[in-house]
Structures are given as C-alpha cells and as structure tokens.
Design a protein around this ligand. Structure first.
Ligand SMILES: Nc1ncnc2c1ncn2[C@@H]1O[C@H](COP(=O)(O)OP(=O)(O)OP(=O)(O)O)[C@@H](O)[C@H]1O
Length: 669
C-alpha cells in the first residue's frame, strides 16, 4: 500500500518518530514530572546548566528541563483545540454558499476580506477581544485560522459540487444538506485533514507568540510561549532558558508539518501551492413522428414543454445570453435530439430543464412545464420531487458521474430512499434489480463495488440504471457516448433505445455527433449560437434546409470519405455569445448570406411539412457545392485550425470563442 511505502521513506520515518515523541511527552511528562517541575528551590534561583539541572532553573529555582517537558501537554492541546475551532468555523463559512445559494454570498465576501489580513494580526486582534488567558487565546488563534480554512473549503466544495455525481444526486431530488454530507464532505475530507495537520503546526507557533506577548497562558499555568517569555528576562545569564522552549516549539511544529506532508503524499494530494489540487481519489431507426410546432397548444401526452427559454450570465462587458429563446416540446415516448457545435447552448438547455443552472446563471422562460407542472412558479420542493422521480439525467463522463467514495448499490439506492418511498433494504434490492436491467452481469456483486471497479461502459449503463430507480418519464442524455469507444457507444445507444420503447419514456439526446442523433431520434433540433435554427425529422436529414445543418451533415465522414484528404468541417468559428452580431448569427459563416441576413434575424418558420428553419434562404442550393475542393464552401480542418490559431494569437479568447471546432469531424472507425 502507498501509505506503508511512504511511512518507510525518510520523510515518513522522521514524521512518525517526531510525532510519537511529541505525543508521548505530552501524555506522560505531566504524570512523571508534573510535581517535580513545581518544586521551588530558593537556594538555586536562576541557575545556569548543571548536572542536576541540565538547562538551569527559573527565578523560583524550578527545574527548567522538566518544565519544558511538562509544558508539552498544554502547548499541544491548545494548538489542537485552536485548529479544531479554525476548521469548524472555516467549514461552516466555506459551505454556506453551497447551502444557502445566493444568500450565502456574504460569507464569500467576508472570507475574501478576512484572508487579506495576516493570521498573526488577526490573532492579536481577537486576543484583545477575548481577553488574556488560555481560553481567550484558543478562541483568538482558532478564529484567526478560520478564514484560510474557509477559503480552502469554498474552493474544494465548489470543485466537487461541479462534478456530475453531485448534479446526478440533485437531479435525483437529494437536498442540499444531504448532498453536502453524503457527497461533498467525504470528498473534501482528506485534503482538509491534511491541511488541518499542517495548520496545527502554525497554531503552535501562534500560541507561543501570544503567550510570549503575555496574551496567552497566565501563571501559574505555563506553556512553551510562557516559558520563553520568562526565560527572556535572564537571556544574558542563561540563554538556554529561552532557547529550550523555542526548540520544543520548532520540534513539535515540525512534527505536525511532516505528518501533514507525509499524509498528503500518501493520499496523492499536493499541499502548499494554493488550494489542494487533487480533490478525490483516482478512481474514477425508429419511424419519424411529425415535427411539433411549439406554438401549437399543448397535447395531453406532452412530457416537456419549453417556451422561449433564455439563459444568461454576467460577463466582463455586460450580460451574455448563451441560450436565446429555445422552444421545445417532447411527447411521451418520443426521442428528440439536439445537435450543434461546442458552445451552442445544448448543455445549458438541458441543465435549465433539470433546474441545475447555478448562480450567477439566470434562467428565464415564457413557459417551462414538465409533466404539466409549471417549473417556473410554485413550490421548489415539489418540483425537486417531481424531477427526482420522473426525470433521469445521463451525463457525458461516466468517470465523474458517481461519487468515488460510495458503493454503486448504495448510490443507486439513495435515489429511491431519498423520496421516502422505500426502506433502505428495498431500495438496495431495487438497485441490484436495476443494475441487472441495464445489463450489468452479476448485479449483486457489482452493487457492492466502487465506481472505479466498473468499466466506462458499465458506469454509463449504471448511470442509466440510476435514472431508472424511479419511473422516469423523460431521460435527458447529454453526450452520453462521447467518452466511450465505438462498440460500447452502440451498447449504450441500444440500451437507451430499448428503455424508450419498453417503458414509453421520452428521450432528449444531446450530441455534437449528427450520426448518433440520427440513429436514435425521431426529431432533430439543430442549435446554433443559443437558438434552434432547424427542426427536422431524423430520417430525412439529407433534406435539411438550413445551410448550417447542411454544413454539419457534409462534415460527417462516411464510408465513401477519402481519408487521404483533409476532413471537411464547418467554415469559420462558432459565435462568441458575448459578441452576437446583428441579424442572423450564422451569416458570417454562411455561403448564402446577403445584406438582409446581416441585419434581420430570421424566426424559426415552417419550410415544408415537418421541417422548420430559421433562415432567409432555407432550402436554396449552396453555391459551388458540386464543384471541386478548391471551390468547396467548406474549409478543410487544417484551414480552420490555422484560422483559429491566428484568432487566438490576436487575443480573441472569450467564452466559447476559441473553443475548438472539433464537433463534426469524429472519424467513426
Ligand atoms: N457558468 C457559465 N458562465 C458563463 N458562461 C457559460 C457558463 N456555462 C456555459 N457558458 C457559456 O454558454 C455557452 C453554451 O455552453 P454549453 O455548455 O451549453 O455549450 P454546449 O453546446 O453544450 O457545448 P459542448 O458540446 O462543448 O458541451 C458557451 O459559450 C459557454 O462558454
């Protein structure tokens, strides 16, 4: 094991030896020498080192070596107590933004201001407030250490909160407090403990400093700081009287730091360069249905109805709106695909439906109804329950979709037991049954395993199984196959398809890969720059009317593609949501664009039966499309890459602006 290996290194040996020495002294010194250290000898006041008193005596003739040893207990206890206060206060401040959402923002500001002050200055400030004495000093050092722990916690919490398994738990209806205790704290525990150990070394020094200044421990009690202060009076007669407690502080501080460093190495955590960098252990063709005009009245079998969805974020130069008026309606059992380049707003659309867009993101819509319930108004708890039981989310990266510290079975079971519908035992039994349903062999054994013991494809199937713990009416799968190899991709697509057919579940499949969407879906929505620019039946993609859809399709390699030639891609670069042009957002890249396109933004309107497109030139032939490569309106991948490098060098980096245009050029082997 790695821990054992580390313990055998010079660092590990030094850390454990020193720590054992400090702790044994703290435990046994007061028992063995507590009384002897109090014996007053008026014949031997302020004596120098002698065989009887190796580092001399104090002004009452008490043996200084014994007093330094006995002071170990109080010094170490105070340092640990102050560290506990710092960690607890830091943890509370650190998790408030997560628990309270926007209302927790002041905690972030407070922490930001407090970390700007040096710790020792804060300790002195609090020591004056709490008064002299060891109790006041413990509070002072503890609160002075809290801001740095709070900052660390906030960083760790927000990093873990952004992971898919937390989003999955939240979609499953798990409340914020439970998400914190079950999913976030276990994943930030290790780095926190490591930093607390190192922090204890710092607290020891701070304590010695306060006692030395007379603000800490008061006579007749004594710690190392107090002994240093007393020794300072006679430093010219007996320098060892002040040096010895100082050396004890250094040894104990070193012991805490080395233990922290060794623990960090054995856990693979980097300490020191700002926040801890590693947070968690390495683990881990149906027939087409007619297009639905979202302006039509809602049907009884409508599962999801989204009207004019907008998502915006504050940007450096004002608000940006990466999703700009998406209309979407999905019926029971229907499979709808959303395709588009990176940054077109596909994931934000999905996250808005699942109510997972976090502050400072703002979601607005004229209507957002799921199974008839208005998600824009009403009780948040009942929305959570509805989404938790009737919506399943499948994320892109099966590595991050599960909490690495929990067994698969209990993670699946949590969704069922969360809604109080079943006991823990029943929930576990259902988890095993669901794992079997998503074709995981030997589900009982697998349920007892951790995510890292599953393969990528199995994890993705287990994620789908987790969505099936309740009885979902809609599965939103956001790039569910992107992280998988081609054969496993097919298994996952087949599984989604069979669930849809068997349970009449609606499916919203998001992908940048047109061929994946065409294989599974009835209807395809093509997104560009935060809008749906075309809606068409999946089995008639070749009849696409919008130039952007046609460019996407032209860029999909097929069996006839000459792999010796550069792969085609969509010309130009995706639009930066912060710099939306007037008129049609695609105009700058469109071979059909004219002056009108650059001034007026087209609405999504019917082009012919089942086809709707937002284009002034929908269906018009593309110029020179049949001509040779030199006249081909679609650039080669190399040309685009060269464009992009140039643009990036010019400093054109904004959200999504410099994102790659890797979307449609995946080669299917
Ligand atoms: N939290 C955020 N703050 C600011 N901008 C954001 C935020 N999240 C997303 N965006 C921006 O919104 C735009 C759309 O993002 P989204 O994730 O929906 O794209 P996407 O189409 O799903 O792309 P991909 O296929 O790469 O995931 C991007 O330009 C992105 O930079």
């Amino acid at each position: 094991m790695k821990t054992r290996r580390i313990l055998r290194t010079p660092l590990g040996i030094a850390a454990t030896t020193l720590m054992a020495l400090v702790l044994l002294t703290a435990i046994f010194a007061p028992i063995l020498w507590g009384d002897a250290a109090e014996v007053v000898d008026t014949d031997d006041l302020l004596a120098g080192p002698s065989p009887e008193h190796p580092i001399g005596t104090d002004n009452l003739g008490r043996d200084l070596l014994l007093r330094v040893l006995v002071a170990t207990r109080l010094s170490v206890f105070l340092a640990i107590a102050a560290t506990v206060i710092a960690v607890v206060a830091g943890l509370i401040l650190g998790v408030l933004p997560l628990l309270l959402g926007r209302a927790g923002k002041p905690a972030t500001w407070l922490v930001g201001i407090a970390v700007a002050f040096p710790g020792l200055l804060l300790a002195l400030f609090f020591a004056v407030i709490f008064g002299s004495g060891w109790q006041g000093a413990v509070l002072a050092v503890g609160f002075a250490g809290a801001p740095s722990f709070a900052r660390l916690c906030q960083t760790l919490v927000s990093a873990v909160a952004a992971r898919d398994f937390v989003a999955a738990a939240r979609v499953g209806g798990v409340g914020r407090l439970r998400v914190l205790t079950r999913h976030i704290l276990p994943n930030i525990g290790e780095p926190l403990i490591v930093n607390a150990t190192i922090g204890a070394g710092g607290a020891l020094l701070a304590f010695a400093g306060l006692s030395f200044l007379g603000l800490g421990v008061q006579p007749p009690e004594y710690d190392w700081g107090r002994l240093m202060m007393d020794g300072l009076a006679g430093i010219y007669i007996n320098p060892l009287a002040a040096l010895a407690p100082g050396i004890a502080v250094v040894i104990a501080g070193l012991a805490f730091n080395l233990v922290g460093e060794a623990a960090a190495r054995s856990l693979g955590i980097e300490v020191g360069a700002g926040p801890v960098r590693r947070l968690v252990r390495r683990m881990p063709q149906p027939s087409a249905s007619p297009a639905i005009d979202a302006s039509e009245p809602e049907h009884a079998d409508t599962v999801l109805d989204v009207q004019n969805l907008r998502v915006s974020f504050p940007g450096p130069d004002g608000e940006i709106t990466p999703v700009r008026g998406v209309n979407l309606r999905i019926r029971r059992g229907e499979a709808v695909g959303i395709v588009g380049e990176s940054g077109s707003g596909k994931s934000l659309t999905a996250l808005s439906i699942a109510q997972l867009v976090e502050h400072p993101g703002e979601v607005e819509a004229d209507g957002l109804r799921f199974l008839g319930e208005d998600l824009l108004h009403g009780d948040e708890a009942s929305h959570r329950k509805l989404l938790g039981t009737s919506l399943a989310m499948v994320f892109q990266d099966p590595m991050t979709s599960f909490n690495p510290t929990k067994r698969m079975g209990s993670q699946l079971a949590e969704v069922a037991s969360q809604h109080g519908d079943s006991s823990k035992r029943d929930a576990l039994a259902r988890a095993v049954e669901r794992l079997g349903a998503v074709r995981i062999t030997d589900p009982e054994r697998r349920a007892r395993q951790y995510p890292h013991e599953f393969s990528g494809g199995m994890r993705q199937r287990a994620m789908i199984g987790m969505g099936l713990m309740a009885a979902p009416q809609l599965i939103i799968a956001d790039e569910p196959t992107t992280a998988l190899d081609v054969t496993v991709q097919q298994q996952v697509l087949n599984l989604l398809e069979s669930i849809r057919r068997r349970d009449d579940v609606a499916l919203l499949l998001i992908s940048h890969d047109v061929s994946v969407v065409a294989e599974v879906c009835d209807r395809v929505l093509v997104m560009y720059a935060g809008r749906i620019v075309e809606e068409l039946p999946a089995d008639r993609l070749q009849e696409a009317a919008h130039p952007y859809t046609r460019a996407l399709l032209a860029a999909v390699p097929d069996m006839q593609t000459d792999l010796n030639r550069p792969l085609a891609t969509v010309p130009g670069r995706p639009i930066d949501p912060a710099q939306l042009p007037h008129g049609c957002a695609y105009a700058a890249r469109c071979p059909l664009a004219d002056a009108h396109c650059r001034t007026a933004d087209p609405e999504l309107t019917p082009v012919r039966d089942d086809f709707r497109a937002a284009c002034w030139h929908a269906g018009e032939p593309l110029p020179n499309l049949a001509a040779d490569a030199a006249a081909d309106p679609f650039e080669t991948a190399e040309q685009v890459e060269a464009d992009q490098v140039g643009a990036e060098q010019a400093g054109a980096e904004q959200f999504g602006a410099a994102e790659s245009i890797d979307v449609v050029v995946e080669v299917q082997s």
